[in-house]
Design a protein around this ligand. Structure first.
Ligand code: COA
Ligand code: ZN
Length: 304
């Protein structure tokens, strides 16, 4: 497993097959989802969130993730993870051979209710139970703090409160804490302030950021987090993405944009840009709509 051993390496966790597909009106079949993940692996992505074990009634696009996980198997040197909203999801993921899962706590009461139908207290209890069981069973559990800057229902979120939740999740034993700007409302000043404080409190190696590019601030926020010492980022190829339960959420920051930024700043990502751009074409064909990040035109002309 690759890790943040070198300060010059940025780890990209590709979330297109989960965050990217969960809000599309086109539902891809198992074969297409499999081809998509295979293509991402072929482009050098070593960390991929390949789906979620959630209610197929809540998110029909993610039905069949167990079959997908079984078909993909585990690959040496790669981390194929899945999101789980509760213990049932954790158990289904383990049955399918998944060894890295992500639990999500939203930083506001209303967002937890809308997302997983639980209160904040109940959500924290679920997170604790999944993290502790994962630790006992050798399953890595990443904890996400969603709407960590602003909530579509409750507005601005107090950073002191986010830090308190973060401390709790770290204490439970989360392998990583991912700070998520679910609706793309954060600005680089807020990101730098929060991520610097969290890096001081917990060390940057266990932290990651997840940005959405709703306001064209996605890459600026990645840069602010890099400046705070963060070296792990979620992104979606082609800028796919959005949360079906968070109105106004646009796509994730695009993987090709993040790779471009990091490599121009002298970091390595291990991602093969021409192959990644081919994945953008592949997923555009599958979804029947052109996809692509902010730099797509420039990259397509220059990265051949
Ligand atoms: N995977 C599959 N099915 C699940 C499940 C899981 N992780 N957890 C619960 N279910 C099933 C239950 O078995 C039950 O099925 P039944 O009606 O056939 O008996 C049904 O879902 C309802 O279960 P319940 O525990 O009452 O859950 P709920 O209706 O309160 O819904 C969630 C809770 C978490 C299952 C649902 O809100 C969900 O899947 N949300 C997805 C959130 C998401 O993906 N957000 C985007 C990423 S952050
Ligand atoms: Zn997201």
């Amino acid at each position: 497993m690759t890790d943040t051993g070198s300060a010059d390496k940025v780890i990209i966790n590709e979330v297109g097959p989960r965050d990217g597909l969960q809000s599309q009106d086109v539902e891809l079949g198992l074969e297409q989802r499999f081809q998509f993940v295979e293509a991402l692996l072929g482009a050098g992505l070593e960390h991929i969130e390949m789906g979620s074990f959630v209610s197929p009634r809540a998110v029909p696009q993610m039905a069949g993730t167990g079959d997908l996980a079984r078909r993909l198997g585990q690959r040496a040197g790669t981390q194929l993870s899945a999101l789980v909203p509760n213990m049932k999801g954790y158990e289904l993921a383990c049955e399918a051979g998944v060894d890295t899962v992500a639990v999500v706590v939203s930083a506001t009461e209303t967002m937890n209710q809308k997302n997983i139908n639980l209160s904040m207290d109940e959500t924290m209890q679920v997170a604790q139970a999944v993290i502790e069981r994962g630790s006992a069973e050798g399953v890595r559990v990443q904890a996400y703090l969603a709407v960590a800057f602003e909530c579509p229902f409750e507005g601005l979120v107090d950073s002191g409160y986010v830090r308190a939740l973060a401390a709790q999740l770290m204490e439970y034993g989360a392998s990583e804490l991912v700070i998520a700007d679910t609706i793309g409302a954060a600005n680089p000043g807020q990101v730098k302030h929060l991520m610097t404080a969290l890096a001081d409190e917990h060390g940057a190696a266990r932290l990651a950021c997840h940005f959405h590019d709703t306001r064209a601030l996605g890459l600026a926020n990645v840069y602010a987090a890099l400046e705070s010492g963060i070296r792990r980022f979620d992104s979606s190829v082609g800028g796919l993405g959005g949360c079906p339960f968070a109105p106004g959420a646009k796509g994730n920051v695009a993987t090709e944009d993040v790779v471009m930024l990091c490599e121009q700043l002298g970091y390595t990502t291990g991602v093969d840009m021409p192959a990644l751009l081919n994945v953008v074409d592949l997923i555009s064909d599958m979804l029947g709509r052109p996809q692509g990040g902010r730099a797509h035109y420039w990259l397509s002309r220059n990265a051949a």
